[in-house]
Design a protein around this ligand. Sequence first.
Ligand code: DX5
Ligand code: ZN
Length: 218
Amino acid sequence: MSLPIIAPSVLSADFSSMASGAALIASSGAEWVHLDVMDGCFVPTISFGPKMAADLRPHSSQIFDAHLMIQNPLNFVEEFAKAGADYITFHVEAAVHSHRVLQAIHALGKKAGVSIVPSTPVSFIEPLLPFVELVLVMTVNPGYGGQPIIPECFDKVRALAALREAGRGGYLISVDGGINASTAKTAREAGADVLVAGSSFFGAADTAVLVRQLKGLS
Ligand code: DX5
Ligand code: ZN
């Protein structure tokens, strides 16, 4: 089993010094920067938009993993591509023509991801699997950092790993919500390739130690 990619979410960083948050991620050994974009419509609160990603881009050389928790994601993929996102992931629950959104992301030269909330089954995205580079399984209801994990969601990680094994796509499986040193073990065992961590990362006394724990190295 290869080591998972760690993607700290700057949702839990101090918004007044986002560049420091990105620097902390870089120094911790984590590979990606996870950008949680919330519109106050698809999810109950508002976080930030593409300008945050664009302003942060010169302060980080890491992969930018944009997670769009917004209605009508097609309207914003171009802005996030221009802002320097490497992966653009949207919610299938927020788009009618999900395949068209994937086409738009690919046409912009970016990697495309689809995400499902805890109440959405894997079967809902099965037709999309051959077309995506990432599937993000929400392990909490999206909207806030710091919520307890819903462990039943790991069944969907196992199902996605089995579908990939059966040749249904070449996607990374990402888990997002309630990931800490203890829940990361179950996530890894279920088959997750990317672990998103917000509050556990920015609340850690030593982020390098936490990243090693998330990877299962200590
Ligand atoms: C939740 C976001 C998550 C969130 C995770 O809506 O998509 O990325 O930041 O935060 P924690 O790790 O605190 O659950
Ligand atoms: Zn997220």
